[in-house]
Write a protein that binds this ligand. Sequence first.
Ligand code: SAH
Length: 233
Amino acid sequence: MTDFNEARERMVEWQIARRGICNPRVLAAMRRVPREEFVAAELREFAYEDTPLPIGNEQTISQPAIVAAMIEAVDLRPGERVLDVGTGSGYAAAVAAVIAGQVYSIERHAGLVESAREILRRLGISNVTVHQGDGTMGLAEYAPYDAIIAAAGGPHVPQAWCGQLAVGGRIVMPVGRDPHCQRLIKVVRRSEQDYERSWLGEVRFVPLVGEDGWPVDDCGARAGDEILPGKNR
Ligand code: SAH
């Protein structure tokens, strides 16, 4: 029988803190969310491995370290409103929800929407809502957002996200010309008109498929794609 609490502590220490992630809110949130609940029963024993895991529909639950790195990069603060694009299992949304006020999460696959809602409900996480649709259009109903995070990589930052970002808000997403290979980009909205961009590290995420992302036929998503460079090679 795996002791998940102990495994989770070890994960935070070895995979996250030792990679240089030091924001105490992020570390506390990673300690709190039971990743084993977001994967199928037969994969639970691998829940605290340093790797993404399959969740069905050719998609993956993100590697823990990358969830932590993205939430640190987006500088999430208490009370904030977050748009999480690519709900998948719901894990990243749950971690963000420990820190933020409200998380609006959007996923294109109906089956994943259903299972994420069910897991979040079972865990009693009430400040995440899961919506089905094309996240490249954002989610205009609940805008503006203080932070937008995306767990799928697109060819560019979707136009709608910039408009739905509050002044002072931040976007962190993977962007690249190859649907399977990207760099993390950070966009900060400095004023109504001014956006500042910076590049973070290289990453590999599943493709962001949609109207303002990759066309469906261009890129069969390859489960297990999402890794930090230098790991699992
Ligand atoms: N954050 C998730 C990671 C899921 S992988 C987790 O922690 O489990 C990325 C997800 O993005 C996949 O589920 C994929 O279906 C979804 N996705 C891809 N393009 C999308 C789009 N345009 N809108 C919404 N979701 C999208």
